[in-house]
Design a protein around this ligand. Structure first.
Ligand code: NAD
Length: 479
């Protein structure tokens, strides 16, 4: 997959692979091989890297050269050394989860090809919070916690690389976060739609084959999304629906009405996992996650080098993150359309706990269990109002405006999604009203000088997705 000239799928050109300058990295030619002519030329890549490094705040730059960590974390043994491979462990949910589990006595391996960082370099985006390199993060975690995280840099879609890494680590559980996770990104242009489905669907198939071949008892914990269901005019159940039709009754996978090529990749994953669970007796948990918010977990706050990413741009930033940053910098809060779009949300501290609960209470062999992983549901308008109300005592005077909706979605609809199963297994939710100030507004205000105003507006229009490459104009809309 990562070799030059490899044919990787329908319509995916395979020019010379993009090599990232990572010591010991294997299988890193992912974008060069699979994003066709979108690969960043070497010279541009070097410029991107240099400006990215310059963009790191003084805090991180000084932390990088400081010997002593600023805090320590005492590890517990709750996880009893259970071996957990975290695919996508350098990303937003994966990094917080890796540290959460490592601090609790699970033996953790992060596998990531760093493509999320590459997307930022290609599109000129940047996280609000200054994040350190994955190597520096893992090193500092070892110093802070005395726990070792094993690191594998490479592409899940590269079977040679992945099967080696999987066999070497021999995980008891795999947590699969390692996908292209932005709906707008998948709608930028044809190549990114193809890339998203190829990356996500083939990656998941590789995980299924690895479990079947090398560790049939390994429990798959796979991140899906609540967006797979769409917005049906009936209650959303947790994965399955019991239907009576022409006098006969069956329990079937809940109908999916996904709203982007990204969300559809997750639907395809769910079907592939269900099939593999039945055919090969794999134990799988599909977590249909809501929109995650917040930056703060106990472990990622233990040292500046461990801080998590915070995306606020129109491509990777979710509505809540964008609204909070808009309020912090005095930009109007931009609600897409009527703002009646209702979704499930959860705090990042609940994401990490849900993953731990799923690992500790595995699915049965041959079962694909589905949990809806969110704690509260809000409309976009509710969220905007909450940001305005809670920002006011902090000196923020936010105005709420409506802008044309770049997405194709219902703006007023029924929404009632069940989410009982994780709470039955012990999840104690953090609520948005309590987390808004310390986990969101406080960060947005602290880092507001890093905000790039031109990235706030939506730039990807669902109705226009072109067949020509949209790289240069993807992130920033021309007026
Ligand atoms: N963040 C949310 O609000 C949210 C909501 C619902 C579902 N999810 C799902 O949770 C998962 C994690 O989301 P996130 O926000 O942490 O995303 P993220 O982009 O921050 O992290 C994903 C990580 O996976 C890595 N990755 C992607 N493709 C890979 C490949 N082929 N090989 C190796 N590594 C690869 C990326 O480099 C990145 O570090 C995703 O599957 C996403 O769809 C996230």
């Amino acid at each position: 997959m990562s070799s030059a000239g490899a044919k990787t799928g329908p319509g995916v050109k395979a020019p010379a692979p993009l090599k990232l300058p990572l010591a010991g990295a294997r299988g890193t030619g992912f974008l060069g091989a699979r994003l066709g002519n979108l690969a960043v030329p070497k010279k541009a890549e070097a410029v991107c890297r240099a400006s990215h490094d310059r963009g790191l705040s003084a805090t991180v730059q000084s932390a990088l050269t400081t010997e002593a960590p600023s805090n320590t974390v005492s590890a517990t043994r709750d996880g009893k050394g259970t071996k957990v491979m975290i695919i996508g462990g350098d990303g937003y949910c994966g990094w917080a989860t890796a540290l959460h589990l490592s601090a609790r006595g699970y033996s953790v391996c992060i596998l990531d090809n760093l493509c999320r960082r590459e997307f930022d370099m290609q599109l000129g985006l940047e996280t609000l919070t200054p994040i350190a390199s994955v190597h520096d993060r893992v090193k500092r975690w070892g110093e802070v916690s005395a726990q070792n995280i094993h690191l594998e840099i490479g592409d899940l879609c590269d079977w040679d690389f992945f099967s080696d890494a999987f066999r070497n680590f021999a995980p008891d559980a795999v947590v699969h976060f390692g996908e292209q996770r932005s709906a707008p990104y998948s709608m930028i242009d044809r190549q990114r739609a193809v890339f998203t489905q190829h990356n996500n669907v083939i990656g998941t198939i590789n995980v299924l084959f690895a479990i079947k071949e090398f560790k049939p008892d390994c429990h798959l914990v796979k991140l899906g999304t609540m967006g797979e269901y769409g917005t049906p005019n009936i209650d959303i159940e947790e994965g399955y629906l019991t239907v009576t039709h022409n006098g006969r009754t069956d329990t079937l996978p809940y109908p999916k009405q996904a709203g982007s090529f990204y969300h559809l990749s997750k639907v395809h994953d769910s079907h592939n996992i269900l099939f593999a669970a039945r055919a090969w007796k794999i134990a799988a948990t599909d977590l249909n996650q809501g929109i995650v918010y917040g930056v703060r977990t106990e472990e990622t706050m233990a040292d500046p080098l461990l801080i998590n990413r915070y995306d606020y741009d129109g491509i990777f930033g979710t509505a809540l993150n964008r609204f909070v940053v808009q309020a912090a910098v005095g930009h109007p809060i931009t609600v897409y359309g009527k703002g009646g779009q209702t979704r499930g949300f959860l705090d990042i501290r609940d994401t990490v706990r849900c993953i731990q609960i799923a690992i500790d209470n595995p699915a049965a062999k041959g079962e694909m269990r589905v949990f809806n992983q969110f704690t509260e549901q809000f409309s976009v308008r509710d969220i905007a109002d909450l940001v305005k109300r809670l920002g006011a005592p902090m000196g923020l005077n936010a105005e709420i405006i409506q802008i044309p909706n770049p997405r194709v979605e219902a703006e007023e609809h029924y929404y009632n999604a069940k989410h009982a199963k994780l709470e039955e297994l012990g999840l104690q939710p953090h609520l948005l009203g309590d987390s808004m100030i310390d986990s969101l507004l406080e960060f947005a205000i602290r880092y507001k000088d890093r905000v790039r105003m031109e990235l706030i507006k939506p730039a990807v229009d669902w109705r226009k997705t072109p067949v020509t490459s949209g790289t240069a104009k993807a992130a920033v809309k021309a007026d």
